[in-house]
Design a binder for this molecule. Structure first.
Ligand code: BTN
Length: 265
């Protein structure tokens, strides 16, 4: 059972800034439509916009991201990835690796990653990531990334928008949102540094945790085409290879995991 003092504990600006550490400037809002939109509007490296209640959260592929007040982490961090353009497609994967690491360290829960960057526990979605590129803000400067993260922390089952979602609370973990926030930012800094120095290491960690690999999948491609087959690989560009075809963008559905059908024992 979760500790009522932890559940729905308010976020405080000073505690969040302490948890984040000196590399980040934290702006906490009691309510905001979308932290990604606010962070992109004022993009400078190190800015993190946090909403205690995000009312119009945006997801990948024009979806929405819904969370009630006070029970989730919804924030957007602006980073200068310092990567050549060819390496930008690896960023969403690296952020997923960072979120999974923070969840393991602070909550003791081991997530799996669904391509490209869904963080799941036993097939149910715990966290979503929306990465947007802004800029370059001025001539001669570099483009920045807005890293939007939505993490289900303390929701009960009836506070989740869909039955295919989960929260840390449902997974049996009681975690302070502030501590988890600090852990995610620390893991993000660490993973981005590794990505700059040795992208293969991040890819290897991603592949180890990726439950899409080896699964029978259906991928809805951006033009609407449906591609079915086994997810054979995550290539060096961060693309998923399905039935011999490398896919850079799309919506993946896992049909069977590890050779079993959903619901099978
Ligand atoms: C997805 O899985 O579709 C991505 C969801 C991303 C949601 C986060 S919550 C914080 C940030 N602000 C937004 O509007 N979206 C991201």
């Amino acid at each position: 059972m979760s500790d009522p003092a932890v559940r729905r504990s308010p976020l405080e600006p000073v505690a969040l800034a302490d948890a984040a550490g000196p590399s980040w400037t934290v702006r906490l809002l009691a309510e905001a439509a979308s932290t990604n939109v606010l962070a992109a509007a004022d993009a400078r490296p190190g800015l993190v916009v946090v909403a205690d209640h995000q009312t119009a959260g945006r997801g990948r592929l024009d979806r929405s991201w819904e969370t009630p007040a006070g029970v989730a982490l919804t924030f957007s961090a602006v980073v200068d990835p310092g990567l050549p353009d060819a390496r930008w497609p690896l960023l969403p994967l690296a952020v997923a690796v960072a979120v999974a690491q923070a969840v393991r360290r602070s909550a003791g829960v081991s997530p799996e990653l669904k391509w490209p960057n869904d963080v799941l526990v036993d097939g149910r979605k715990l966290a979503g990531i929306l990465l947007e590129r802004v800029g370059p803000p001025a001539r001669g400067s570099r483009p920045l990334a807005v890293v939007g993260i939505g993490l289900n922390v303390d929701q009960t089952a009836d506070e989740l928008p869909v039955p295919t979602a989960t929260s840390l609370r449902i997974e049996g973990a009681t975690v302070e949102r502030t501590a988890l926030f600090g852990a995610v930012l620390a893991a993000l800094e660490e993973t981005l540094a590794v990505l700059r120095a040795d992208a293969e290491r991040v890819l290897a960690s991603y592949r180890e945790q990726c439950s899409t690999l080896g699964a029978a999948v259906e991928v809805q491609l951006p033009g609407g085409e449906l591609l079915s087959g086994t997810a054979e690989a995550i290539d060096g560009h961060g693309r998923v290879v399905v039935a011999g075809r490398a896919v850079a963008a799309g919506d993946v559905v896992h049909l069977r995991r590890h050779g079993r059908s959903p619901g099978e024992d």
